[in-house]
Design a protein around this ligand. Structure first.
Ligand SMILES: *[C@@H]1O[C@H](CO)[C@@H](O)[C@H](O)[C@H]1NC(C)=O
Ligand SMILES: *[C@@H]1O[C@H](CO)[C@@H](O)[C@H](O)[C@H]1NC(C)=O
Ligand SMILES: *[C@@H]1O[C@H](CO)[C@@H](O)[C@H](O)[C@H]1NC(C)=O
Ligand SMILES: *[C@@H]1O[C@H](CO)[C@@H](O)[C@H](O)[C@H]1NC(C)=O
Ligand SMILES: *[C@@H]1O[C@H](CO)[C@@H](O)[C@H](O)[C@H]1NC(C)=O
Ligand SMILES: *[C@@H]1O[C@H](CO)[C@@H](O)[C@H](O)[C@H]1NC(C)=O
Length: 485
């Protein structure tokens, strides 16, 4: 009997059979995790003859309940739907009996949902199987920003990653140490998983208000269309945002997708583009400080890739594992895209900077493909052998031995391989390691600038421009031990 390999996460959100358009894949930061489609036509698999020998991930936490602010919006919608007697038909027929999916207010808003826990656990299982880095019983160190939902994501990841076997009676084996870094504070500067909070000028570069201007161009039209299904109640433009958010959020919290059916495809595309503008101009390439705050993590990983897996650096007191995991928040992912110089190329004429008014379907920068819950940017270091002789037999997972190996780097964003501009000569459009190192140290270092200088921290005596937390334990961390005990 053959067992199909299925993603745990695919079990959570029902696939809309036969539907070609899935609003849950166009909901930007409210989307549950899904693998982004291939954008550059690069196959997803690791190229034949190559194995990944080192990888670094920076991830958003898993699906969560709404923030208290957006929850207040849901409560206002509920109050409005309950306030009066009215008739609702068509896609809105359910709203008189709709109840917000929060049943324990002190413990739910702000925190992870069960879907988020499953997304994290599932990734742990996936990466253990995909890379085969950690021998049974070995420990792993993981980095996390300290907000509870982020720590919970890293904990569930660790539980998934370590879920094989039985180590109940061997507490010195099969454990994860989670290094918890201060979250969104201004005194850790570049040495953080939330570095935008450590860059005082970053806020001045945030022009994401353009997203609200764009929302104002379509929300009234949607309200007018929907009001034809209501008698005795009138939706306003301001009701549309919370209703569209409820498609993804309620699907994640309790599996109810009725809000997903309320809106038409074009209305989802407008909703999605507003999120694209929000991230592109807020924390992405449209913010002139974006690359500056994303660069320190990219540079730290590039330096570790140049050394190779599981190497200790001079002055370091942590030996990073071959799989380097860092858990954080949505707004810390677009800066990594900027620092890597992805998705913003002037070679795509007329696409970037993103238009404030007109979505260009050719754009690759899409919030849904980057900052969906548990979204990530990953860098993989590949070891590739000389092409094996046609008669050679391959052992799955083993490094090819036909010739000397060469190293290459691949970027994946929500699993989709993304080409590094001007550096695609390796197998599967990967970038030769030495060329990647030089691209980061010259082109991207120049474009990103020095953190202290660009952020206006010259007069702050202890400000730092580098992220050293992967190799040197900072003073104000907390450590948590996770194991299946
Ligand atoms: C409820 O209805 C009253 C009377 O129509 C109105 O003044 C009030 O603003 C409504 N409240 C909500 C939450 O919609
Ligand atoms: C693994 O972690 C456990 C718990 O902290 C510890 O006792 C043990 O020494 C670690 N093993 C190794 C090889 O570091
Ligand atoms: C950090 O924030 C505090 C409180 O707002 C402020 O007093 C301090 O100057 C900030 N530090 C830096 C380096 O910006
Ligand atoms: C920098 O100095 C400030 C003020 O003394 C302190 O709060 C902060 O923890 C220091 N940061 C680092 C990284 O040492
Ligand atoms: C993105 O592209 C725009 C337009 O060409 C440019 O002004 C901006 O500096 C680029 N951002 C980054 C991070 O490279
Ligand atoms: C640093 O301090 C000097 C001397 O007080 C001042 O002239 C300069 O503007 C300050 N620079 C920044 C970036 O705050």
């Amino acid at each position: 009997m053959r067992f199909a390999q299925i993603s745990l996460v695919a079990l959570v959100i029902p696939v809309m059979a036969g539907a070609s358009f899935d609003p849950l894949q166009h909901s930007g930061p409210a989307s549950p995790y899904f693998d982004a489609p291939s954008q550059d036509g690069i196959p997803f698999d690791t190229p034949a003859g190559c194995v990944v020998d080192q990888a670094a991930y920076i991830l958003r936490h898993g699906s969560r309940y709404p923030e208290p602010g957006s929850f207040a919006g849901w409560q206002a919608l509920f109050a409005k739907f309950q306030n009066t007697s009215y008739t609702a038909t068509g896609p809105l027929a359910f709203i008189p009996s709709w109840v917000p999916p929060i049943d324990d207010i002190p413990h739910e808003p702000l925190f992870l949902s069960s879907t988020g826990a499953l997304e994290a656990f599932g990734l742990g299982v996936d990466l253990r199987k995909r890379y085969k880095f950690t021998k049974g019983g070995e420990n792993i160190t993981i980095w996390s920003a300290a907000q509870q939902r982020v720590l919970d994501t890293s904990t569930f990841f660790a539980r998934g990653y370590l879920s094989q076997g039985n180590y109940l009676t061997t507490p010195s084996s099969n454990r994860a140490t989670i290094i918890s870094l201060p979250d969104s504070v201004n005194y850790t500067f570049a040495n953080s998983l939330t570095p935008s909070s450590g860059c005082p000028l970053y806020e001045t570069g945030d022009t994401s208000a353009t997203a609200n201007t764009f929302r104002a161009t379509y929300q009234t039209g949607i309200a007018n269309r929907l009001n034809k299904f209501l008698h005795g109640l009138t939706l306003d433009a301001t009701d549309i945002g919370p209703m569209q958010d409820l498609c993804g959020f309620q699907a994640e919290v309790d599996g109810d997708t009725r809000f997903c059916d309320v809106f038409e495809d074009s209305e989802w595309l407008d909703y999605e583009y507003a999120h694209d503008l929000n991230y592109y101009y807020g924390s992405g390439p449209g913010n002139p400080f974006s690359a500056t705050v994303g660069f320190p993590w990219v540079k730290a990983v590039s330096d570790l890739f140049a050394l190779g897996p599981e190497k200790t650096t001079p002055g370091g007191n942590i030996t990073p594992p071959a799989l380097i995991m860092g858990f954080t928040h949505d707004n810390n992912l677009p800066p990594v895209i900027s620092a890597l110089g992805l998705w913003n190329t002037s070679r795509m004429h007329g696409v970037y900077p993103l238009s404030h008014t007109t979505p260009n379907p050719q754009r690759q920068f899409r919030a849904s493909y980057l900052v969906a819950f548990r979204g990530y940017v990953a860098l993989e270091r590949l070891a590739c052998g000389a092409p094996a002789a046609p008669t050679a037999t391959h052992v799955a997972g083993a490094a090819p031995t036909a010739g000397p190996t060469k190293s290459f780097v691949r970027v994946r964003v929500d699993r989709a391989p993304v080409a590094i501009p001007g550096c695609t000569s390796g197998p599967g459009s990967t970038c030769p390691l030495a060329q990647f190192t030089s691209y980061i140290d010259t082109t991207r270092a120049t474009a990103s600038g020095d953190f202290v200088q660009r952020c206006g921290l010259q007069n702050v005596s202890n400000a730092t421009s580098t992220a050293t937390f992967l190799t040197v334990a900072p003073p104000d961390i907390q450590e948590f031990l996770v194991g299946l005990n």
